[in-house]
Design a protein around this ligand. Structure first.
Ligand SMILES: Cc1cc2nc3c(=O)[nH]c(=O)nc-3n(C[C@H](O)[C@H](O)[C@H](O)COP(=O)(O)OP(=O)(O)OC[C@H]3O[C@@H](n4cnc5c(N)ncnc54)[C@H](O)[C@@H]3O)c2cc1C
Length: 307
């Protein structure tokens, strides 16, 4: 089916993603008098969190409130927002065609992917209800709230080792749960012991607690260890498949790669910001990358318009 002139509209830039990265980019681009559309499917990485920490001037704010303020501040600049998912993207000569989930097709000159990441939790009974309340993946986001408490760390091998050592910054009472063989070298095990970190290799039966607050880690033999919070690494996947469809370079370690400067990907005219390009995965970094990408988008448009 070809695109007819009746069902397409041209934007300077379509931003896919309405988290901190996308909204920050939209603010700068709106102020650059660009015709901007933000598409937001409403699936934010931190949906399980009640409070967002470490964002200058907004420490402890509810993530939804940050987005509300962000959207409100876009209003004077005529930025359009659609609560809708983008199903497909493709390059069409010098422009991009964006297909919405309902089938509508839109055109734009530049694309900004701010589609974030999705976390996959390990299969631990009891964990989903605690994730974002007393079970966390990011010490920089939630370590302060767990300070001086009984902290459990979940993980095997180097992952468990480094996270357990990390958590000593926030509490002296850290136990590493490996849920099976620890897969640690003798020197790594000695390093943990040297820093007072106990290791439990028994299989975990479940996490127990109340109202999402961890009270104990129950092991398969029925014994348990009292803990007040659990830190673990999640497996992360791209929030959308769009960068791959555009043939942008993506790596496991770095996410959608940026080629040069101002967050342009390896695919000309396609920019990326926020968690989708893995750097430091904090909201304030996502917002900063959004602003950087907006700068890159506007410069690229100026180059074309003022050649
Ligand atoms: C439990 C938890 C707690 C956290 N706590 C903190 C904290 O305290 N402090 C902190 O700094 N960071 C915290 N983070 C990290 C923070 O949430 C992320 O760094 C931040 O949200 C990244 O912003 P983003 O804009 O890149 O992605 P997101 O906020 O995840 O936004 C992605 C956007 O892309 C949209 N999207 C995806 N695919 C499509 C599509 N096909 N079509 C349209 N839209 C699409 C989504 O709907 C969403 O709008 C936490 C993360 C988690 C998981």
């Amino acid at each position: 089916m070809s695109t007819s002139s009746a069902d397409v509209r041209g934007y300077d830039v379509i931003i896919i993603g309405g988290g901190p990265a996308g909204l920050s980019a939209a603010l700068i681009l709106g102020r650059c008098r660009r015709r901007v559309l933000v598409c937001d499917s409403g699936r934010y990485r931190n949906h399980a969190a009640h409070a967002m920490h470490g964002f200058l001037s907004r420490d402890g704010i509810a993530p939804s409130e940050l987005r509300r303020i962000g959207r409100e501040q876009l209003q004077p600049y005529g930025v359009e927002i659609r609560e809708a998912a983008v199903a497909d993207v493709r390059r069409e000569a010098t422009r991009f065609e964006v297909t919405m989930e309902g089938g509508e097709r839109l055109l734009c000159r530049k694309l900004l992917l701010a589609t974030g990441l999705v976390d996959r939790l390990p299969d631990l009974p009891g964990l989903p209800a605690m994730y974002g309340k007393s079970a966390h993946h990011c010490p920089y986001c939630d370590g302060w709230e767990a300070r001086d408490k009984a902290i459990g760390v979940y993980g095997q091998g180097c992952t468990g080792l480094s996270l357990a050592l990390n958590m000593k910054t926030w509490s002296d009472d850290v136990i590493l749960f490996t849920d099976g063989p620890a897969s640690l070298s003798r020197s790594d095990a000695a390093r943990l012991a040297r820093h007072g970190i106990g290791v439990r290799e028994e299989r975990i039966a479940r996490l127990e607690g109340r109202d999402g607050m961890l009270e104990r880690v129950v092991l398969e033999d029925g014994s348990f260890v009292e803990r007040r919070s659990l830190f673990l690494k999640t497996k992360q996947e791209q929030g959308a498949d769009l960068a791959r469809k555009l043939r942008c370079k993506i790596t496991e370690e770095r996410g959608v790669e940026t080629a040069d400067k101002h967050e342009e990907t390896t695919c000309e005219g396609v920019f990326v910001a926020g968690d989708a390009s893995k750097d430091v995965l904090l909201a304030i970094m996502a917002a900063a990358e959004g602003a950087d990408a907006a700068f890159g988008v506007n410069c690229a448009l100026q180059e074309e318009d003022l050649a």
